[in-house]
Design a protein around this ligand. Sequence first.
Ligand code: HEM
Length: 228
Amino acid sequence: MTEKGNAAVKDFLAYLEVLIDNRRANPGNPERDVLTKLIQGEENGERLTSKELLHNCIFLLNAWYETTTNLIGNGLVALYEHPDQKDLLLKSPEVIKTAIEEILRYESSNQLGNRITTEAVEIRGISMPAGTLITLCIGAANRDPAEFPDPERFDITRSPNRHIAFAMGIHQCAGMNLARLEGRIVISRLLARFPNYRLTTPPIRGGRARFRGFLNVPASVVILITSS
Ligand code: HEM
């Protein structure tokens, strides 16, 4: 398994190197093309080294694409599995803001966070020296009964909803408002257009500990064609 993973990373790096070389030769519009912007760096500013550039591409793809895709997939499945909540959203589309927050809490796309202690600390009786690696379980915190009444209930009107799907502190997700906006737009429009979408077979989970989502969500939709 590790070998397969390492080989995939190597292939991906090789793919990115070709892409970066092409973009260096033919720059795009830096206002629209993230890769061009990263290559050019800020005017009069510090430029990224080749290694930093490659790893920023990988980081952005993971941080940005997969989490938001999973927010949408997880949300559509959760709504389908809770028809009362789906009906509520269809009747009251303005609930979409709290609905997205509840999807983020109930099915957090990123289940784990990492920290390293910078000094010796004691948390609830557990002593940790400086340099301790800690894995935080965002998914569990988001179902903490001390914070969320009836945490296993999927309630798209839940308020307050102080989830930590985007973590907390100075490294809190830099793209959280973009992700929220994308989630609101896609789920609202999809529901408005295909209110009766049906899952055709049970969706299969991706099976990874950190990223929570589905490999695919097979669904059927009814398209209404009206003649004018
Ligand atoms: C549902 C979608 C998303 C979820 C659940 C999510 C979640 C997270 C989490 C948990 C972190 C770690 C924060 C920490 O360790 O304190 C993070 C960091 C980050 N995310 Fe997101 N993210 C999402 C979408 C995005 C998008 C759309 C972008 C970019 C357009 C993005 C860019 C970043 C960046 C740059 C960081 C690193 C911030 C830093 O270290 O200062 N994320 N995200």
